[in-house]
Design a protein around this ligand. Structure first.
Ligand code: DTR
Length: 340
């Protein structure tokens, strides 16, 4: 009886003392929690890559890091992403550079009509370009990934088979893609991607100019029954982290995240390229979408309209003191390097 009492007293002592030293059991869970904001809805590619990053980081840090993801603009919206991360509203954010073309001049040069053939090549080109120039606009944040969409095509409620069909047509686009539409004579209407759903429903726009996976992810194939293939330009994206939050991370965690940067960028490019195929199969088979390919003569006329764009970008960027010709020739060389 007496020995039982001693044993239970010892047990109580051990638990109490153990707790005092080790702290409550939840310290065995994640030590650091990071918030990650995204602007479009969860099923879209920026959020798919976000979930993949979360899974990999949590796994590779053995649970030391927990990432809380906020899709659909619930923490920061499309245009407030960069400043929201700088201010620390979110620790990490995913942004589309096309929404602030004047802010991301160097990296937005990837959306000149220079012939990026797919999202994988685009993502690698963008990463290398950023790394070489380390442009000022990213100075206040830690860059965690850079990737691009697949090339952009016209999705519309009316068939677009010629420049005449395109004349004055209201189509949603942003940044470099909007300038291209303008050069073709369409009427580009700028707005972040999530706003396009309502704009199409209300008839504010007759279609959009984007990579084609959105036919499925936003169900645009239900109203846009025509796709005109132009494969002309990509949209560049960045994932950035609050600098102070980054600086405070332990070295082993920093290493995991650093080692993931190029891998994550390439993974996203591959995912996008695959997903465009799946989405278009669905659009054509299940939704009866017609895919329009321009005749060589028509395509030549479209291409000719784009020739002044790159020279104009060079003149403008030069006026801002940037090595504009070098940037363009670097992009061309990188496209060659990654296109095999
Ligand atoms: N249209 C471009 C890029 C883009 C392509 N797919 C998605 C999906 C979700 C958000 C954006 C995009 C853009 O609006 O940035």
């Amino acid at each position: 009886m007496k020995s039982r009492l001693i044993i239970s007293m010892l047990a109580i002592f051990a638990v109490t003392f153990g707790l005092a030293i080790l702290g409550p059991p939840q310290t065995l869970a994640a030590e650091i929690t990071l918030s990650y904001a995204n602007f479009p809805p969860a099923p879209t590619f920026p959020c798919v890559q976000m979930e993949r990053w979360k899974t990999e980081v949590e796994k590779r840090t053995n649970g030391k890091i927990k990432v809380n993801t906020f899709p659909g603009g619930t923490l920061l919206d499309a245009k407030g992403m960069m400043d929201g991360v700088i201010a620390g509203t979110a620790d990490i954010g995913n942004l589309s550079m096309a929404y602030q073309p004047g802010r991301f001049i160097v990296t937005n040069a990837t959306s000149l009509p220079l012939g990026i053939p797919n999202a994988k090549v685009g993502s690698m080109v963008l990463w290398d370009l950023w790394e070489k120039y380390q442009p000022e606009e990213f100075a206040g944040v830690k860059v965690l990934a850079m990737f691009t969409t697949a090339p952009t095509n016209i999705m519309s409620k009316v068939a677009v088979r010629s420049l005449d069909d395109l004349k004055g047509l209201d189509l949603r686009a942003s940044g470099g893609a909007a300038q291209i539409l303008g050069a073709w004579g369409a009427n580009p209407v700028g707005m972040p991607m999530p706003a396009t759903v309502e704009a199409l429903q209300k008839g504010v726009v007759k279609g959009l100019y984007s990579s084609l996976e959105v036919m499925k992810d936003f169900k645009f194939a239900e109203s846009c029954k025509f796709v005109t293939m132009t494969d002309t330009v990509i949209y560049p994206f960045a994932v950035v982290m609050n600098q102070a939050k980054w600086d405070g991370l332990p070295d082993d965690v920093k290493k995991v995240i650093d080692d993931l940067r190029v891998e994550q960028s390439g993974w996203t490019g591959d995912y996008m390229d695959d997903h465009v195929k799946t989405a278009m199969e669905w659009a054509v088979k299940d939704q009866g979408v017609e895919v329009i390919t321009l005749s060589p003569a028509e395509k030549a006329a479209w291409d000719a309209k784009l020739e002044p764009l790159t020279n104009k970008w060079i003149a403008d960027a030069k006026a801002k003191g940037l090595p504009a010709e070098q940037i363009v020739s670097d992009i061309k060389a990188l496209i060659q390097k990654y296109t095999k």
